[in-house]
Design a protein around this ligand. Structure first.
Ligand SMILES: CC(C)(COP(=O)(O)OP(=O)(O)OC[C@H]1O[C@@H](n2cnc3c(N)ncnc32)[C@H](O)[C@@H]1OP(=O)(O)O)[C@@H](O)C(=O)NCCC(=O)NCCS
Length: 211
């Protein structure tokens, strides 16, 4: 028996053990009754340690999320809070990370304690200055091969093969193949690139660039 088919059998067995939880999630979803039961189950499975815990999370999320590809890994303490999320092949979600209504591409690596929110305007602020209690979820997508650093907060899309530095706050879409850092996250340019940019736009342009 190959290790792939052994994993498949193990996941099927775990889904049988988890069936009361999964049935509750299915009924809740069919009735359009929110995500309370789903959320409680997700919190419970997040607390199981080590490799056995990761297999239980895999079995749970494969049965409940919009998409959960094979060989994705959800670490201890990590939570996926909306079942509209989709997790790609070989994706890694680090310990204590929180994933909202997001589409996580293949080979994405998310370090510990990162948050991928459900867009920037989950709770609109009304005329009275108060945040609206009813959430409006919009999907945030993290493109294939990107790396989200420790403790980053991402509320806009990230392209493919990009890097979000540790502790950065992404408020605007990040294109493919760049590194962004800081709050708000901005593209990090190396000094050589800055010098050639200055030469290209002249002194006046360079001053504007530095502002
Ligand atoms: C983003 C990162 C990859 C950048 O690496 P790099 O390209 O080698 O960048 P450098 O170290 O040369 O730093 C370049 C500039 O960006 C700044 N910078 C780097 N990372 C930063 C971050 N996370 N937040 C804010 N500024 C940052 C540096 O201070 C430096 O600024 P300066 O030019 O004004 O001195 C790295 O700093 C990082 O954040 N890695 C994530 C680590 C992590 O999360 N590990 C968890 C385990 S998976």
């Amino acid at each position: 028996m190959t290790s792939r088919s052994a994993t498949r059998i193990l996941l099927a067995a775990l889904q049988i053990i988890l069936s009361p939880m999964l049935l509750g999630c299915w009924i809740e979803s069919r009735l359009g009754a929110g995500e309370r039961w789903f959320g409680a189950c997700a919190e419970l499975v997040s607390l199981l340690p080590g490799w056995p815990g990761s297999m239980v999370r895999k079995a749970f999320y494969r049965a409940t999320l919009r998409g959960f590809a094979s060989r994705a890994y959800i670490s201890f303490g990590a939570l996926i809070v909306h079942r509209t999320a989709a997790i790609g092949r070989n994706a890694y979600i680090g310990p204590y990370s929180i994933i909202g209504a997001a589409s996580i591409g293949d080979d994405v690596k998310i370090a510990s304690r990162a948050s991928i929110l459900s867009g920037r305007r989950q709770h609109e602020v009304g005329g009275d200055g108060r945040a609206d209690a009813a959430p409006r979820l919009s999907e945030v997508s993290i493109g294939e091969g990107s790396w989200i650093g420790e403790g980053a907060i991402v509320m806009a899309n990230v392209g493919c093969n990009s890097i979000v530095g540790a502790g950065s706050v992404v408020v605007r879409d990040v294109p493919d193949g760049v590194t962004v850092v800081g709050n708000p996250a901005r593209e990090r340019r190396d000094p050589e690139e800055l010098r050639s940019h200055s030469a290209a736009v002249g002194q006046e342009g360079a001053r504007a660039w530095r502002r």
